[in-house]
Design a protein. Structure first.
Length: 237
């Protein structure tokens, strides 16, 4: 039961990770994207297992490092705050490049940035998984169970990442929503670092609702184009 619960938790909490990987790998040439996704998720698995092995060190991150008046700052607060700022910055830059039509040029410039993409994935995964690893330790005392849950969750994400990445890449409006979701996650991380916790369920509901509306729009647009082509063929016939 602990293995099942932890696996489901890791899969749900890995949604933001998959979206971030999909956005980053879209900047690479086509022939490198699948490799970057798999290696990125493999790195995510290794970093989470490493965090588990260092859990006694991580537990100390919750201890105050210094105080600003009545506000105490811990290592965890700094990691979440800085990670959230980076996520907001990265998503904003991506949206700006989309708006300016710089995607193709960026792909050419970043054709040799394979290692940089993997490094960003590894660093952000530490931020994404910090709280989930601490939660996992609270839910299961057996390290083997926790490691198995992470391996299972990453395996599921590897299977799902290809379809999600292709869907995001083929639909620019979905990509904008994905970037908006990353900004929301970044804001939540910054708020958490400032001791103001925003439940991720609220964020997931917001993006799920927006995604549902956009999927309906895409379906209606596709149906409209099909009807238009059918009417044009009938007219020509």
């Amino acid at each position: 039961m602990a293995l099942l619960t932890l696996s489901l938790m890791e899969i749900v909490l890995g949604i933001d990770n998959i979206i971030f990987i999909a956005v980053l790998t879209s900047r690479l040439p086509q022939h490198l994207r699948a490799r970057a996704r798999l290696l990125g998720l493999a790195l995510a698995m290794l970093t989470r297992i490493a965090l588990l092995s260092l859990i006694f060190v991580i537990a100390k991150l919750t201890a105050p490092l210094f105080s600003l008046g009545d506000f105490s700052v811990s290592g965890r607060d700094l990691v979440l705050f800085l990670g959230g700022l980076f996520l907001i910055y990265k998503a904003t830059i991506e949206i700006h490049q989309m708006a300016q039509g710089q995607e193709q040029d960026s792909k050419i410039r970043q054709s040799s940035a394979f290692g940089l993409v993997l490094a960003q994935i590894a660093v952000l995964d530490i931020v994404f998984s910090l709280d989930s690893v601490i939660t996992a330790v609270g839910m299961a005392e057996n390290l083997t169970v926790m490691v198995l849950a992470i391996v299972i969750a990453v395996g599921v994400m590897m299977i799902a990442s290809k379809g999600i990445s292709e869907f995001v890449e083929q639909n620019p409006t979905i990509k904008v929503l994905a970037l908006a979701f990353l900004i929301l996650i970044g804001v939540a991380l910054v708020a958490d670092g400032l001791h103001f916790h925003i439940p991720k369920g609220y964020l997931y509901f917001a993006i799920a609702f927006s995604l549902s509306v956009e999927c309906i729009n895409l379906w209606l647009s596709k149906r409209h184009r099909a009807d238009s082509l059918h009417a044009q063929d009938s007219k020509e016939g």
